[in-house]
Design a binder for this molecule. Sequence first.
Ligand code: MRU
Length: 325
Amino acid sequence: MDRTIDWDGEAVVTVDQTALPQAYRVLRLRDVDSLIDAISRLAIRGAPALGGAGALGVALLARDHDAQVVRLEAERLASARPTAVNLRWGVNRALSRLAEGPDAVLAEALAVLEADIKANHDASGRAAELVREVCERRPLRLLTHCNAGRLATVGWGSALGVVRHLAAAGEVGEVLADETRPLLQGARLTAYELAEMNVPYRICPDSAAATAMAQGLVDCVVVGADRIAANGDVANKIGTYAVALAAARHGVPFIVVAPESTVDEAIADGSAIPIEQRDPAEVTHYAGVPIAPPGAGAFNPAFDVTPADLVTAIVTEDRVWRPLP
Ligand code: MRU
């Protein structure tokens, strides 16, 4: 598949990211229940990809239901994951054409997909320039957290899009891919994409990221985002905040790359960003096998908020935003 998420004329098609890298399984989702299920179990994941999924979900609904039902079901879809603002944004984009009929809704959803690839390509190109500017050493050693690659977007990727641009110019020495507990998006998906790009990489336990920086192994941290508040606070995968703290301590630039659709101007600062809490079993079990005593609870927020003062720059397709002067 060229795109992580697409429309085949009848259904939403996507790759099941829970199965990667062991198996490449294509899903055809013909109704909104299957789409919500895929989003909830992270078969489709990553903020920009969720924007595309939200828009296509409304297109699915608009084919079969009247406007009232579409709006009700669209709300259920938009609430499937609360942190990434792109999901609701994509749903709203498609809903904006509802009065014009199902073909118009589908056309809008397809436009969302197309625009996402370009936005990520352009934002990451701009961010690659910034990385060149702020890092002296060559070849570059980068660290990323979670997966902000083509799989997390409709195509190209945001943070890994930066790697893609820099690697094409032969400028990447190594990427440290944080494993990203508990669901291992880094060890499974980022590693898969880096291998696909032929970029040298090593998987880094989340707990080793600070040590990697202390040992001078990282020139720059590059991550994506799920929602960016008006003041520049950044919600991203749990563990990002700890990486930002370590980067600040060691003078390593910390760059966030995201499409404008991830910026939520309606939210003044990170304290108002809804943070998804996930099933404790993701922490107390590993690959379905219990690893903790029976009955153990878990604190399992899916995201954290990195305060704006730890962010060197937020780069979108339109701007390089330095939250603090
Ligand atoms: O829970 P996930 O895997 O959907 O979390 C994804 C992230 O946190 C990504 O870093 C973010 O969505 C940016 S993707 C370009």
